[in-house]
Design a protein around this ligand. Sequence first.
Ligand code: 5GP
Length: 139
Amino acid sequence: MREIEHLNLYNMASIFSRIVAGEIPSYKIAEDERYYAFLDINPLAKGHTLVIPKQEVDYFYDLDDETLQGMILFSKQVAQKLQAFSGCKKVATAVLGLEVPHAHIHLIPMNSEKDVDFSREKLNLTPEEFAEIAKAIVG
Ligand code: 5GP
């Protein structure tokens, strides 16, 4: 039984790979051959975005150096779009990875420390609101 669970865990594409593949819908913010950015479904702030490498690696610091460097540069472009969208003081950058085992960076429009308290209640946005936010960010 344990072996079967183990096999399932490692043969299954991560939920984020399924998002990249279009099997699970997402509100896309940016994409290139190696990275994908989309709105977090439980956002701390309007515009809270996740940046992922298409390569499926669980732990952020297990990514190879080149992928990690490229991911930061890709995130920088996304952060600039988020700042233009929200007019926030800064865009916070956080790496947790406690929930989804596919490396990702949280980019969160931030005006105060409270905006990046992950234990806070998340915003409850409608699909229309998500779509509007994505459209405003992407331009
Ligand atoms: P972490 O792994 O960094 O602790 O948290 C994972 C993040 O991914 C959470 O903020 C959660 O809201 C987000 N998340 C989990 N599943 C989905 C999903 O299916 N779609 C989207 N857009 N975000 C997700």
